[in-house]
Design a protein around this ligand. Sequence first.
Ligand code: FES
Ligand code: FES
Length: 159
Amino acid sequence: MQSTSLTVNGRAVSVSADADTPLLDVLRNHLGLVGTKFGCGAEQCGSCMVLVDGKPEKSCGKALSTVAGKTVVTIEGLGTPDKPHPLQQAFLDEQAGQCGYCLAGILISAKALLDRNPSPSRREIAQALDDNICRCGSHPRILRAIERAARHMREGEAR
Ligand code: FES
Ligand code: FES
């Protein structure tokens, strides 16, 4: 057991856990950030996606030691119920989900996409979600929601 320091959602944290503890377990069990979901546990479904230094990564397969000193953003770091991120608002507006289990991971992948490409084509959005599975088949509404968020974010910047 050792202590590992990292930044999570803008807050410096120090976690006492074995170096090979999956980041997903650290987030959910040590830090109480249960928005990030355990799906397959085998880096196949994307429900555990978080941003590590701005890049989408599957937290179920990432050892704590590999994120020492890095910056992690989870779904809780995107927005709040009072002030949702434009992506979260667009997902609500489009009702882009059924059970919702995949959505935290999908929102994280979508944020990474819009951060690097504010005006993605539908094909680019689909490619960015290649690692995210939605078992409910909500993909058409998810794609529409990401397009809507991108549009709103561009309009917001133009004002
Ligand atoms: S739980 Fe990590 S990819 Fe499925
Ligand atoms: S909304 Fe159920 S898995 Fe995507």
